[in-house]
Design a protein around this ligand. Structure first.
Ligand code: RAT
Ligand code: ZN
Length: 445
């Protein structure tokens, strides 16, 4: 390996990351597993860690159902104890087969980095290794091993349990290691359902039709109140492939709510808006959260949003591999668009390599190459470990091409580039948005 290649690899390996999209929660949200900590577990808790959570991750559930024993149905599987489900997945994906898929290899990386027994065929040995830790010890150890300085949560304001938790304790977002994000899928994808939910929580939102001026104003008041309560660092939503925004009020309720409520709220509060487009939910409903797939998105709709809302910073990730080039081209045209991450089914080394190369070639370092989407704390170890290797490969190739000219490729420049990619670009977007924070205009009555 050349000296330049090893320097780049070392810098990528040691630069701290701000993980801009995860489904992790701080321990303030309670944890269903306390390991060796004698405090009582909270079965409804959101902070997930440990062997059983790792094994029952929906990525692995989907893979398990390709090889599950005859007669095992998703419904029957869900009714089993979590530890029984974990044992089954371990048996079928790790003992009877070699763990070659990315999600399986990820578990192996986690066990390896934590120093647990890789020869163990008995899941009880591994379960006990995790159980010897407390949640706080594990958080410290995982953040250290993953080189992650801060994670970003996904706080679903329409999830009844999470909604209740924030109502009871508005300081939930106060753990600096876990930044809050207000996620609002439901109001975009099921407006009628979201409106009746809000009405049942006592908000003055007509249940149907919600798209009157009064309904939109009621929704806006709800968002203003919850932005003040949660203090999110950005607003976020995932959208289906067929999401269409025509720049007028002829389209779907989702387009109207974005146009009249969410994007104006983002602008008024100085918050970026993350859009994750291209998920086709529930193609196999029996598999529940393991049953989603992807399809191509309408980039013309995204273009119209960028034209109509130049004052909003958009963080965008798309689920279809085929859309990635067009997204990068669009980012060359709009400074308020930052492509981020290799989302979900794209978070595999071969595609991270392809996407990071094309983004680097079209955008220089002005993008965010990766987020983890971790749902279980220990995921951070493999998602970042594997991604860092690929990001380093891509950078080495590009720096070596430069170094083959007489351009001096210096260590301080490499450090600055890598810091921008893994932390600084996102921090700048969030900070810039935060520092703008214009006064929130009163909603017209
Ligand atoms: O990657 C995932 O874990 C998915 O289940 C989704 O949560 C997706 O990332 C999302 O945020 O909607
Ligand atoms: Zn996610």
């Amino acid at each position: 390996m050349s000296a330049l290649a090893s320097l780049v690899r070392q810098i990528v390996a040691e630069t701290p990351v701000w993980d801009m999209h995860t489904h992790l929660y701080s321990p303030r949200f309670g944890t269903p597993f306390r390991g060796s900590d004698p405090a009582p577990a909270d079965p409804q808790g959101f902070c997930l860690w440990g062997f059983d959570e790792l094994m029952t991750y929906h990525y692995l559930v989907a893979e398990f159902f390709r090889v599950a024993p005859d007669g095992m149905t998703p419904d029957g599987f869900r009714k089993l104890e979590k530890s029984t489900r974990a044992d089954l997945i371990w048996e079928h994906l790790f003992v009877r087969r070699t763990p070659l898929s990315e999600a399986c290899r990820g578990v192996v990386t986690v066990l390896d980095r934590l120093g647990y027994d890789l020869d163990a065929r008995d899941p009880a040995t591994l379960r006990a290794a995790f159980a010897s830790r407390t949640p706080e010890d594990q958080i410290d150890e995982v953040l250290r091993l993953a080189g992650v300085k801060r994670v970003t949560m996904t706080n679903d304001v329409f999830d009844p349990l999470e909604h209740a938790a924030w109502r009871d304790d508005p300081t939930l977002g106060g753990d600096d290691r876990f930044a809050p994000v207000l996620r609002c899928d439901r109001v975009l994808n099921d407006l009628a359902g979201a409106s009746s939910q809000l009405a049942s929580w006592g908000y003055d939102v007509p249940t149907r039709p919600a798209l009157t001026a009064a309904g939109l104003e009621g929704l806006r008041r709800f968002f203003d109140e919850w932005i003040d309560r949660m203090r999110p660092i950005y607003l976020a939503a995932s959208l289906p492939p067929e999401f269409y925004y025509g720049g007028n009020d002829d389209g779907s309720p989702a387009a109207a709510v974005l146009r009249h409520v969410i994007l104006p709220a983002a602008e008024a509060h100085g918050l970026p808006m993350a859009l994750m487009i291209g998920v086709r939910r529930g193609v196999n409903p029996a598999l529940a959260d393991a049953g989603d797939a992807s399809s191509n998105s309408d980039l013309d709709s995204l273009t119209r949003l960028l034209v109509d809302f130049p004052g909003v910073r958009f963080l965008v990730t798309l689920l279809a591999r085929e859309d990635q080039h067009q997204l990068a081209v669009l980012a060359r045209k709009f400074g308020n668009l930052t492509p981020f991450g290799c989302w979900w089914f794209l978070n595999i080394p071969s595609i991270i390599d392809e996407m990071t190369s094309l983004r680097l070639e079209l955008l220089g370092t002005s993008f965010i190459p990766q987020h983890s989407d971790a749902r279980v704390l220990e995921h951070l170890i493999y998602k970042w470990g594997h991604s860092r290797e690929v990001i380093a490969d891509v950078l080495v190739r590009q720096y070596e091409k430069l170094a083959n000219t007489r351009w001096p490729v210096r260590e301080d420049a490499i450090r600055a580039d890598v810091t921008a990619l893994l932390d600084g670009n996102f921090a700048a977007i969030v900070d810039a948005a935060g520092s703008e924070q214009p006064a929130v205009p009163a909603v017209a009555e």
